[in-house]
Design a binder for this molecule. Sequence first.
Ligand code: UDP
Length: 327
Amino acid sequence: MKKILITGGAGYIGSHVVKALGEEGYELLIYDNLSTGNEWALLSGRLVQGELADRAALDRVLTEFKPDAVIHFAASIVVSESMAKPLAYYRNNTATALNLLEALQDHGVERFIFSSTAAVYGIPEVIPVNEHAPLAPINPYGTSKMMTELLLRDLAAANPSFRYVALRYFNVAGADGGNRIGQAYKNPTHLITRALKTASGIYPELQIFGTDYATPDGTCVRDYIHVDDLASAHLLALESLLAGGDSAVFNCGYGRGYSVREVVDMARKVTGVHFTVTEAPGRDGDPPALIADSSLIQRTLGWKPRHDDLEYIVGTAWAWEKKITGK
Ligand code: UDP
């Protein structure tokens, strides 16, 4: 069976991809520094704890494991933090990707899947946004990911035997349908997680960041995608690359948006808790609306979302939240 190296595989999205690939029988090695990931989240594979900046450690892993492909998740992901600490984001996201790609070149590993983000679009002129839209990130997080996409583009142009797929994630949420894994950040910033932690009494209130955006109800609109559907997109991208498919860039979302207020309503409905909501100023670096045109991945890889249902997304996240808080 093919061997896949997964950086950041102990994190939220990575662990759901590890689950999906493990179920298909792939041999997995997870390389993770456990800064935000957890060993218990690995339902398959073997963990090597290490830093992507540590070239000697990477060389050891590549020499020993000899992966057929790499899926690269390990990164920092908080937009507001990236505004405050831009260099940390370029260091941790872009410089480590460069380090990883150099190591892969030296070891002859030529299949690569990259966790990119809708943040590379900034404030799109056309919504739903497709992959041809200009890359115009409005925060260092998005820029750090865009720069990695450009490294991949240029590497593939210079070396046609190197093939990659960059997946631009929209707002990933929800948890494993079997309730074994889910989000477990120490300081979660994502809307659905914070809403559910408010419902369970961990936070006293949920703040709505910004109510005067140019959107139907004034709050930001996002395209929420269930993490298991995102995992199946990785599986298809991997199968395509291993079968000799071309390099490609794909959006991953459902093509519909929900406002912050709509998400709050759903979280109240699912939990049955009318938790307190307050209005606060918008966060730096937040675009008003992001909705995916995902027709390309559906056409090209045959990706079929199975959980395009906000109630299911919030429901699985709530089941997980109750499990980890012991309620
Ligand atoms: N948001 C909010 N309150 C929160 C967390 C998030 O109003 O406690 C808003 C945020 O401003 C954005 C949307 O919810 O408009 C989604 O934010 P999230 O951090 O989940 O994802 P992002 O779109 O930033 O990747």
